[in-house]
Design a protein around this ligand. Structure first.
Ligand code: IDP
Ligand code: MG
Length: 140
């Protein structure tokens, strides 16, 4: 029963499509507590650092261009096994394989525009939260 924090992003197409409330509500209803929340436009440097593990991939340029293409919402959610549970609520990376009932399974079809991001480990979550939030922007 480890209490964890994870970073959730609503990607530009999610914000554009008016899905911020929908995504946020799912995490709140599941029982997670919001510890940080902001609307921002990611600079290329931020997007590149966020996705540094994918720097050598063919889709890296596209990935950074997409994440910086419009406003995003960043939130820190806290609760039991937040990293794993948030990822399971989002569904498979490729929405074609994402189960109905998951965020991607309900709102996406294209892998490059899969509406949400969730950290993939506690270490990634700590690193990513620090990229998007200063300590004073997070509740204790
Ligand atoms: P994740 O978001 O489920 O953790 P990652 O493998 O970390 O998936 O990939 C980061 C993001 O890069 C994905 O959410 C997706 O939008 C994009 N992506 C991953 N694989 C591909 C691909 O093969 N083509 C285009 N975009 C991709
Ligand atoms: Mg990932």
């Amino acid at each position: 029963m480890a209490i964890e924090r994870t970073l959730v992003l609503v990607k530009p197409n999610g914000v554009e499509r008016g899905l911020v409330g929908e995504v946020t509500a799912r995490f709140e209803r599941r029982g997670f507590v919001l510890k940080g929340l902001k609307l921002l436009r990611a600079a290329p440097e931020l997007a590149e650092e966020h996705y540094e593990e994918h720097r050598e991939k063919a889709f890296f340029g596209e990935l950074v261009a997409f994440l910086t293409s419009g406003p995003i919402v960043a939130m820190v959610v806290e609760g039991v096994s937040a990293v794993q549970v948030a990822r399971s609520m989002m569904g498979a990376t490729d929405p074609v394989s994402a189960a109905p009932g998951t965020i991607r399974g309900d709102y996406a079809l294209e892998i490059g525009e899969n509406v949400v991001h969730g950290s993939d480990s506690v270490a990634s979550a700590e690193r990513e939260i620090a990229l998007y939030f200063s300590a004073s922007e997070l509740l204790p």
